[in-house]
Design a protein around this ligand. Structure first.
Ligand code: ACM
Length: 514
């Protein structure tokens, strides 16, 4: 059983075994998928899978297969046939093929003595939603390139196709910008970090830092593209920008004030100013961001922007008056609209987090991510926004996954368990067809205030990400009869990848089945 649950899978008689004699025939447009198949299978199987016109593994484009990421995969005693109407579907089909093999095929070390046998199947599959992703917060705790590359591999295995990188925040700036080198020289390092939750008042007194090079980000983007994953960058503005203000204080609302890169968690009330130089700064940063990330979507944050500094700044008040705005808080929507216009001119779609307080003023060209409440997504869809559903009570992986006593510290106030993640419908059944059509998809959020090790990262991501992937791909997947059995088959694959994760019972599954 493969995961995510395919739309249609029928077992057929017989099987086919890949061995050293097996060759691959790929149409020119299917070459990238053939390369990915070889790359993925080589470490464990050592199989060369050379190209040959009469290869028994055949990869081809076929316009009759439905959906941009849809694929058709058949395994018979004669061989393997994978078809899709577009290259992305072939990449998805390669991942499905990999899952049909014994789980040892996913190991990154040579495995001896396992026959690489595929069961006879006929699979016709396609995703319900075009945006299925994971947001990784690399600002609160820097996550090195090797972890991100590994994350891309794991997303692709689960047919998740977006890695949203939260690159900047109050506590760290990780994005290299040639025009503003102090952003990483100063903004990527903080003196210490809060221990425990926001407001604890306790600190570890250990400096923390890290930033990517442009070459690292280019490597990540290319690696992800080969696996059908788009990297969507996020540069936070106008709030969550204290690290930028530590580097360039004149872009704030009190230019004379010196700020440190924030060492606490929570919402910081220092925000960008609204003078022309700030908008130029943001456009310049985004210009360099567009050069690095070909993603059609660029995220500009927009959440949790306290307006007390604007209310107390003569410059901001003058700006609001000159624009005819009723109150300084309206500068928020105005600010995002300026930035959105810049991105649209550059041929990209702006994306921002949506809260009640900001979404009403946003131009409808913005894609929004409602993070507080799913109903904000419905309101946004009715206003004409495309929506990626990110409600915190079902997609935030920084909440504990159970009330198990060994569960590491997570955000307070909720448990986001496996059944809750699986129950999350990106386009809920009570929305109208037109509202549901506004839903691009959904993604999980891995905020990293408490995440200091790769083991903790894996613990938060798995198996909840499997549940999100299953449901986002195929909303008809049933928790008890589809997902849980598929997860049981999937656990040895996660183990072969070296992923430490809770078993179903530890993750509260038995209690949740009810
Ligand atoms: C958010 O959780 N502030 C997007």
């Amino acid at each position: 059983m493969i995961l995510p649950t395919p739309v249609r899978l029928v077992r057929t008689p017989g099987r086919f075994t890949l061995d050293t004699a097996t060759a691959v025939h790929a149409d020119p447009a299917a070459e990238p998928a053939a390369r990915l198949l070889r790359t993925l299978l080589a470490p464990a199987t050592g199989l060369p899978l050379p190209p040959a016109a009469d290869g028994s593994v055949r990869l081809a484009l076929d316009p009759a297969v439905r959906g941009a990421e849809g694929y058709r995969l058949s395994v018979t005693p004669e061989g393997v046939r994978l078809a899709a109407s577009a290259p992305a579907g072939l990449l998805a089909g390669v991942q499905a093929l990999r899952q049909l093999l014994p789980p040892e095929a996913l190991s990154d070390r040579p495995v001896a003595g396992v026959p690489w046998t595929l069961p006879g199947v006929e699979i016709t599959d396609r995703p319900r939603h075009p945006w299925r992703g994971l947001m990784v917060d690399v600002a609160r705790h820097f996550q090195p390139l090797d972890l991100l590359l590994r994350t891309v591999d794991r997303l692709a295995l689960h047919r998740l196709n977006v890695l949203h990188l939260h690159l900047t925040d109050d506590q760290g700036w990780r994005l290299p910008v040639d025009a503003y080198p102090r952003l990483t020289e100063i903004g990527s390092r903080r003196a210490r970090s809060m221990i425990g939750r926001a407001g604890s008042g306790r600190f570890d007194d250990q400096p923390h830092g890290g930033a990517y090079t442009k070459d690292e980000l280019r490597t990540l983007v290319a690696y992800a593209a080969e696996r059908g994953v788009t990297v969507v960058p996020e540069v936070e503005m106008p709030g969550h920008s204290r690290a930028a203000l530590a580097a360039y204080p004149h872009l704030g609302n009190r230019p004379e004030r010196r700020l440190d890169v924030w060492t606490e968690w929570g919402v910081c009330d220092t925000v960008l100013g609204v003078h022309d130089e700030v908008l130029e700064f943001c456009r310049t940063i985004l210009g360099e961001t567009l050069d690095l990330f070909p993603s059609p979507y660029i995220h500009v944050g927009g959440d949790e922007c306290p307006v007390t500094e604007w209310e107390n700044s003569a410059t901001a008040l003058a700006r609001a008056a000159e624009l005819g705005l009723g109150a300084p808080k309206e500068l928020h929507g105005w600010f995002l609209a300026q930035i959105g216009a810049y991105l649209l001119d550059a041929g990209r779609r702006p994306v921002c987090w949506a809260e009640d307080s900001n979404s009403a003023a946003l131009p409808t060209a913005f894609v929004v991510m409602p993070w507080q409440d799913g109903d904000h997504g419905l309101a946004a869809a009715r206003r004409g926004h495309d929506v990626v559903m990110t409600p915190h009570r079902s997609t935030y992986l920084d909440y504990p996954q159970s009330s198990h006593p060994d569960e590491p510290l997570g955000q307070a106030g909720a448990v986001v368990d496996l059944v809750t993640v699986h129950a999350h419908e990106a386009a809920p059944g009570h929305w109208t067809g037109a509202e549901a059509d506004r839903v691009l998809g959904t993604q999980a959020q891995l905020w990293t205030e408490f995440v200091r090790t790769p083991e903790h990262f894996d613990h938060l991501a798995f198996p909840r990400l499997c549940a999100l992937a299953d449901r986002a791909w195929n909303p008809a997947s049933d928790w008890a009869t589809d997902f849980l059995p598929a997860l049981a088959h999937h656990a040895p694959r996660l183990a072969a990848l070296g992923i430490q994760h809770r078993t179903g019972a530890e993750a509260g599954v038995t209690a949740a089945v009810r």
